[in-house]
Design a protein around this ligand. Structure first.
Ligand code: NDP
Ligand code: MG
Length: 382
């Protein structure tokens, strides 16, 4: 079967890992389309190495800079270019690895073009799961999770029938501030928040892990991917990040997927599914003693968790608003404009000022996203 892959966000952390996996797998796996935003140097390097037939870049200026180095690849420009590129006939699988709501239009376009989707871009589901999931079902498109927890759930689910699932247990490392006193955490510096104990990832998701908004986004992502209400998803802190999540069935059996924390494992599974191939990641070494720990999360210390459960129950435009406000608050923190402790407060305030729409169209969701960005910026500037 043909495995021609478009990597949206190829210059990012997931994108680079995906290219390493594709190189490791060899034929028929092939990166035929790439996309970058600001990191033109890395994109040029990837073009040289992988010789894609299509490349999407930020704007005309980037296209001008890249054209002489593109080796004949067709260049697509801006957000509309991404939407157009994923529809190409020479693409079988679209790996959605752009960060944030910016990745949504291309995901929707790829589904409409009936491409298999390997989904890392969780924000696309948080914003528009109510439209993305029905569209994928309507077109018979597979939506394969790349997020390690969702890949684990997807794998464990294969051991039983959907109607026999009692609950899903979503594991979380707890991030860098798991053991910090709240007061100290509120004033954490950017470097401290970027120092994740178990995963090496892009900046935004690393901050999301520190606030635990990442787990909140993943809760909503899991509701959409597996058709579950939030009440059937429980979050458990597991600092070692070895058990990537679990599924409990009605008979009391709990199935888990384990592997060392390395995104190349779930990326590869999404690309080779329903088959498995030799991996490039380190294997779990059970010849040495080690322990796995589990503890309940602290909802008071990490308000993002309760917010996410509330948003998951609200539905409608709530996910788009939470996501957009969080994107703005994370950028403001990274730019030194707000304290770490204000990120959750900015998101909570934005949500509380929002007029919920229960059955939004794509335009309504994009409008909610725009509104929330403005509102969050206003709250930050007050
Ligand atoms: P990075 O920040 O490392 O990479 C993001 C990618 O998206 C880059 O290629 C970047 O281009 C591109 N990009 C950013 N903004 C835009 C935009 N407005 N338009 C087009 N392209 C854009 O992020 P990660 O790889 O860490 O994460 C990607 C996604 O995968 C996120 O949704 C994240 O939540 C999810 N994910 C990531 C995991 C990880 O281990 N990293 C684990 C599980 C999920 P450039 O760099 O050229 O500017
Ligand atoms: Mg994850």
């Amino acid at each position: 079967m043909s495995k021609r892959i478009a990597i949206l966000g190829s210059t990012g952390s997931i994108g680079c890992n995906a290219l390493a996996v594709i190189e490791h797998l060899g034929a028929p796996y092939q990166a035929v389309a790439l996309s970058g935003n600001r990191n033109t140097a890395r994109l040029v390097e990837q073009i040289r190495q992988h010789r894609p037939s299509a490349v999407a870049v930020r704007d005309d200026e980037a296209a001008g800079a890249i054209a002489p180095l593109a080796g004949g690849a067709v260049l697509y420009r801006g957000a509309d270019g991404l939407v157009e590129m994923v529809q190409r006939d020479d693409i079988d699988i679209v790996l959605a690895a752009i960060v944030g709501a910016a990745g949504l239009p291309a995901v929707m376009s790829a589904i409409q073009a009936k491409k298999t989707i390997a989904l890392a871009n969780k924000e696309a589901l948080v914003v528009a799961g109510s439209l993305v999931i029905p569209e994928a079902k309507k077109r018979g498109v597979e939506l394969l999770p790349v997020d390690s927890e969702h890949s684990a759930i997807f794998q464990a689910m294969q051991a039983g029938r959907r109607e026999d699932v009692k609950r899903v247990i979503l594991t979380a490392s707890g991030g860098p501030f798991r053991d910090w006193p709240v007061q100290r955490m509120q004033q954490a510096t950017v470097d401290e928040a970027l120092a994740h104990p178990t995963w090496n990832m892009g900046g935004k998701i690393t901050i999301d892990s520190a606030t635990m908004f990442n787990k909140g986004l993943e809760l909503i992502e899991a509701c959409w991917l597996f058709g579950l209400p939030p009440s059937k998803i429980e979050i458990v802190i597991h600092p070692e990040s070895v058990v990537h999540s679990m599924v409990e069935f009605v008979d009391g059996s709990v199935l888990a997927q384990l592997s060392p924390p390395d995104m190349r494992t779930p990326i590869q599974y999404a690309l080779t599914w329903p088959h498995r191939r030799n991996g490039i990641s380190r294997m779990l070494d059970l010849t040495k003693a080690f322990s796995l720990n589990f503890e309940p999360p602290n909802f008071d210390k990490f308000p993002a968790l309760r917010l996410a459960y509330d948003v998951a129950c609200m539905g409608g435009t709530a996910g788009a608003v939470m996501n957009a406000a969080n994107e703005i608050a994370v950028s403001a923190f990274l730019e030194g404009n707000i304290a770490f402790g204000r990120i959750s407060a900015v998101v909570a305030d934005t949500i509380s000022q929002h007029q919920l729409q229960e059955h939004p169209s794509m335009d309504d969701l994009l409008e909610a996203d725009r509104w929330a960005r403005n509102q969050a910026n206003l709250i930050i500037s007050q």
